[in-house]
Write a protein that binds this ligand. Structure first.
Ligand code: SF4
Ligand code: SF4
Length: 160
């Protein structure tokens, strides 16, 4: 949902809401038309700022607010399952960013390698990949309770 960097030389940095990849009920349908219009506006304002500030590359770096130091990464325990709908087309295997899906049997996932990014779920044309099980259902309920309120995109910082 969030994209931040600690220092920046741009005129402005915004965070945009997007549908959650593991719990897609949260922020379902985002970015929507309004989000995309805001993103386009941000793009044109940034382009204008860069055009009128030819020295931007040497401008002082701006400290961006955030939660520091970053927390160490963790491998989430939720891994996609595969139903009988799978016809071994190989799309998920080819597109998994870390090569965690077995080429010969797409139902087999290397759980140590898998990032739980849900890309294989999104690209499967037969909807054969999914998260499931008791832990997932409990986590989804908690997550939805905590984050179901609609959120606005927000500006992290803006220069004059
Ligand atoms: S994309 Fe879907 S149908 Fe194709 S191999 Fe992967 S799980 Fe099976
Ligand atoms: S969830 Fe992401 S990392 Fe894990 S198997 Fe699917 S595409 Fe690969």
């Amino acid at each position: 949902m969030w994209s931040k960097s600690r220092v920046s030389r741009s005129s402005r940095q915004d965070s945009f809401i997007a549908q959650h990849s593991i719990f897609p009920q949260v922020a379902a349908g985002r970015p929507d038309d309004n989000d995309l219009a805001e993103a386009r506006q941000l793009g044109s304002q940034s382009r204008e700022w860069l055009t009128t500030h030819p020295d931007w590359a040497t401008a002082p770096r701006i400290e961006v607010p955030g939660h520091y130091p970053y927390r160490p990464t963790m491998n989430p325990p939720l891994k996609p399952k595969t139903s009988r709908q799978c016809n071994r087309c190989g799309i998920c295997t080819a597109q998994c960013p870390v090569g965690a899906i077995d080429k010969n049997d797409p139902r087999r996932i290397d759980k140590e390698r898998c990032l739980s990014c849900a890309h294989c779920i999104a690209v499967c044309p037969r909807h054969a990949k999914h998260f499931g099980g008791l832990i997932y259902r409990l986590a989804a309920r908690q997550f939805f309770k905590k984050f179901s309120a609609p959120q606005k995109n927000c500006c992290i910082f803006r220069t004059a």
